[in-house]
Ligand binder design. Structure first.
Ligand SMILES: [Zn+2]
Length: 112
């Protein structure tokens, strides 16, 4: 389960950014084609966050649907598979979203 390593990275990045303060909430953008399962990330987070500044943090996972734009006709459309042709028949498409896996937001406890 490679989500464990990914979750460790996320927790470590957030911990560094938190600068010793407790983290209240973390929001992730997880694309449909990012190759990770949101449920697995949520499961790993419970384990990995234990004993860190993120222990009591809420994890919000924002699922990002796949979208692409056709370089031929300029149309943009939702994609359900990674290699999808445009309605005009062109396969020269530019991926707009769906592959991201990033920390969108984090909420840190105010300094006392
Ligand atoms: Zn097209």
């Amino acid at each position: 389960m490679h989500e464990l390593g990914i979750t460790r990275n996320i927790v470590s990045i957030v911990e560094k950014a938190a600068g010793g303060r407790r983290v209240k909430r973390v929001t992730l953008d997880v694309g449909q084609f990012s190759g990770v399962l949101p449920e697995a990330i949520a499961f790993c987070f419970e384990i990995v966050a234990k004993g860190t500044l993120l222990e009591a943090a809420r994890l919000d996972i924002h699922n990002v649907a796949g979208r692409a734009r056709c370089r031929n006709c300029g149309d943009s459309f939702a994609t359900t598979t990674l290699y999808q042709a445009c309605a005009c028949g062109s396969r020269t498409i530019e991926r707009l979203s769906g592959e991201e896996l990033k920390i969108r937001e984090m909420e840190i406890e105010e300094a006392a």
